[in-house]
Design a protein around this ligand. Structure first.
Ligand SMILES: *[C@@H]1O[C@H](CO)[C@@H](O)[C@H](O)[C@H]1NC(C)=O
Ligand SMILES: *[C@@H]1O[C@H](CO)[C@@H](O)[C@H](O)[C@H]1NC(C)=O
Ligand SMILES: *[C@@H]1O[C@H](CO)[C@@H](O)[C@H](O)[C@H]1NC(C)=O
Ligand SMILES: *[C@@H]1O[C@H](CO)[C@@H](O)[C@H](O)[C@H]1NC(C)=O
Ligand SMILES: *[C@@H]1O[C@H](CO)[C@@H](O)[C@H](O)[C@H]1NC(C)=O
Ligand SMILES: *[C@@H]1O[C@H](CO)[C@@H](O)[C@H](O)[C@H]1NC(C)=O
Length: 400
C-alpha cells in the first residue's frame, strides 16, 4: 500500500481592498497538493505587467517575462511561463511537493497601480475641514508609501492630511518596494479653498474724499481662494474693484463690499463699508442784503449775506470798493452805515478745491439831509401868471 499524504495548500490571494481583479491565483487542483508529486499554480493578470513573479512566503521562486514568457526559476523545482502563449495567463509548476510548500503563494510584486482614496488625481479641500488622502498600491510583499510636496525632499506620511491653505500644491505619492527597491510615483494636485479673511480697501481707510469729475477705483482686498465680490451703494460692482468714473455728487454715500467664498468656508462671507465723499468747488448761490433795492438810508444797520454751496465748507471773505475793511464770514453786518459806505461789496468763497469764486452787490447809502449854519438855500421860482409858481431849492453845504 502506498500512502498518499494530502497536503492542503493555502493559496492566499493578495488583493488590496480597492483593487479587484488585478490578478487572481489558484492552484490546480484548487484545494490540495500531493506530497512528492507535481503541483501547478495559475495566475491570471488583467493588465500587462512587464514581469510576473511567483512568491512563496513573499520570496520569489520564479519570474516570467511578459515579452517572451520565458521562465527564470530560482530553483530547478520550479518552472513558470505563459499558458497558450497568452501573457495574461501564467503558470508555475512545482515538482516534488514537500511539507514546506504548505504555505502562502502569490504572484505579482508591484508596486503597481497606485490609486488614491478619494480616487481623483485632483482634490479640493476646504480650509479647516480636514481631509485625508490615502495612497494605495498593489504591492507584495510590502511597499513603503510616502508623499512629497512640490518637489521637496521632505517626506510626508501616508495618508496625507490636508487642512490648511499652505498645503495647496502638487504632491507625489511614491511607492517603493522594500525588497526589490522598485518604485512608482503618482501625482496628486491639491487645492485648498480658504477665506475670506478680514477685508481692507486699497487705501486702508473707512472714508475717502474724491473731487467731483475725477476717476477713482477702490479695491476690496482679502485673502481668499476663491471669492466672488459684490459692491453695493450708489454705484454697484460685481468685481473686487469699485470703479468710479467722473464721479458726480449724487454718487456720494456709503459703499459696502461683500466677499463670499464660492465653496462653503467658515466664515463664508465678510463685508466692510467705506464712506465716499464727493468734494466740489464753491458756487455762490446768492448775495443779498437787507437793503431794499440795494438802497438804504444813512444810519441804518445793514446785513450782507453770501450763500455758498460747496464741499467741504468754504471760507467766505468780504471786501468793499469803498474801504480796505474786510470781513471773514458768511454774514457781514455794517452798523450805522454812512453815506460814504456806498459802493460795491464783494464776497469771495474758497474751499481749496478748484478756483475761488466771487459775486458782488451794489449798495447805495442815501446821505442824510443836514442843515448847518453854513447851508445856503438858493430858491428860484418862476411865474407866468397861470396857476401857482413852481419853486425849486438848491442846497449848498459848506464844509470847512
Ligand atoms: C484564468 O483564465 C482562464 C481563461 O479565462 C480560466 O480558465 C482560468 O480558470 C483562470 N485562472 C484563474 C486563476 O483565475
Ligand atoms: C488571453 O487570455 C485572456 C483571458 O484570460 C483573453 O481575454 C485574451 O483574449 C487572451 N489573449 C490571447 C492573445 O489569446
Ligand atoms: C506543468 O505541470 C503539469 C501537471 O501539473 C504538466 O502537465 C505540464 O506539462 C507542466 N508544464 C511544464 C511546462 O512543465
Ligand atoms: C520609508 O521610506 C522613507 C524614506 O525613504 C524612510 O525614511 C522610512 O524609514 C521608510 N519606512 C519603512 C517602514 O521602510
Ligand atoms: C512627481 O514625480 C514625477 C515623476 O517621477 C516628476 O516628474 C515630478 O516632477 C514630480 N513632481 C513633484 C511635485 O515632485
Ligand atoms: C441788487 O443787487 C443785486 C446784485 O448785484 C442785483 O442782482 C439786483 O438786481 C439789485 N436789486 C435792484 C433792485 O437793483
Amino acid at each position: 500500500m502506498e500512502y498518499k499524504y494530502i497536503l492542503i495548500l493555502i493559496v492566499v490571494v493578495y488583493l488590496p481592498v480597492l483593487i479587484t481583479g488585478q490578478y487572481t491565483i489558484r492552484g490546480v487542483p484548487e484545494s490540495y497538493a500531493v506530497l512528492g508529486e507535481n503541483y501547478r499554480l495559475q495566475c491570471n493578470v488583467t493588465d500587462s505587467p512587464s514581469l510576473v513573479r511567483f512568491y512563496r512566503n513573499n520570496v520569489i521562486v520564479c519570474s516570467s517575462l511578459s515579452s517572451t514568457c520565458e521562465s527564470q526559476p530560482t530553483d530547478n523545482r520550479y518552472k513558470c511561463g505563459c499558458i497558450n502563449d497568452n501573457n495574461t495567463q501564467l503558470y508555475l509548476n512545482i515538482s516534488n511537493i514537500n511539507k514546506q510548500d504548505d504555505t502562502t503563494w502569490s504572484c505579482r510584486d508591484g508596486p503597481e497601480n497606485i490609486i488614491f482614496n478619494p480616487t481623483s488625481d485632483n482634490i479640493d479641500v476646504i480650509e479647516g475641514k480636514s481631509q485625508n488622502v490615502n495612497c494605495l498600491a498593489d504591492c507584495k510583499p510590502d511597499c513603503n508609501i510616502t508623499w512629497s510636496k512640490d518637489g521637496s525632499t521632505t517626506i510626508l506620511n501616508n495618508p496625507l492630511s490636508l487642512s490648511t491653505r499652505d498645503q495647496t500644491g502638487s504632491y507625489n505619492c511614491t511607492v517603493r518596494h522594500t525588497v526589490l527597491n522598485k518604485q512608482l510615483t503618482k501625482q496628486l494636485n491639491v487645492q485648498i479653498y480658504y477665506g475670506p479673511d478680514e477685508l481692507t480697501f486699497s487705501s486702508d481707510v473707512t472714508s475717502i474724499n474724491i473731487i467731483e469729475g475725477r476717476d477713482q477705483t477702490i479695491t476690496c482686498l482679502t485673502d481668499c481662494f476663491k471669492c466672488i465680490y459684490k459692491w453695493t451703494g450708489p454705484v454697484a460692482s460685481s468685481t473686487k474693484d469699485l470703479v468710479l468714473t467722473q464721479i458726480k455728487s449724487n454718487q456720494e454715500g456709503n459703499y459696502r463690499c461683500e466677499a463670499t467664498n464660492i465653496k462653503n468656508t467658515i466664515p463664508k462671507t465678510r463685508s466692510k463699508s467705506i464712506q465716499v465723499n464727493v468734494h466740489y468747488p464753491p458756487y455762490i448761490t446768492s448775495i443779498t442784503s437787507n437793503a431794499v433795492n440795494n438802497e438804504t438810508d444813512e444810519g441804518s444797520d445793514i446785513t450782507l449775506n453770501c450763500n455758498v454751496d460747496s464741499k467741504p465748507v468754504s471760507t467766505i471773505t468780504w471786501s468793499s470798493s469803498t474801504s480796505t475793511n474786510t470781513y471773514i464770514g458768511q454774514q457781514w453786518a455794517l452798523t450805522q452805515a454812512k453815506c460814504q459806505d456806498t459802493g460795491i461789496y464783494t464776497c469771495t468763497a474758497n474751499n481749496g478745491i478748484g478756483q475761488s469764486t466771487t459775486k458782488s452787490l451794489p449798495l447805495n447809502i442815501r446821505c442824510k439831509f443836514i442843515l448847518s449854519p453854513y447851508t445856503i438855500i438858493y430858491t428860484s421860482s418862476a411865474n407866468n401868471g397861470i396857476g401857482q409858481s413852481p419853486t425849486k431849492a438848491l442846497l449848498l453845504n459848506l464844509y470847512h
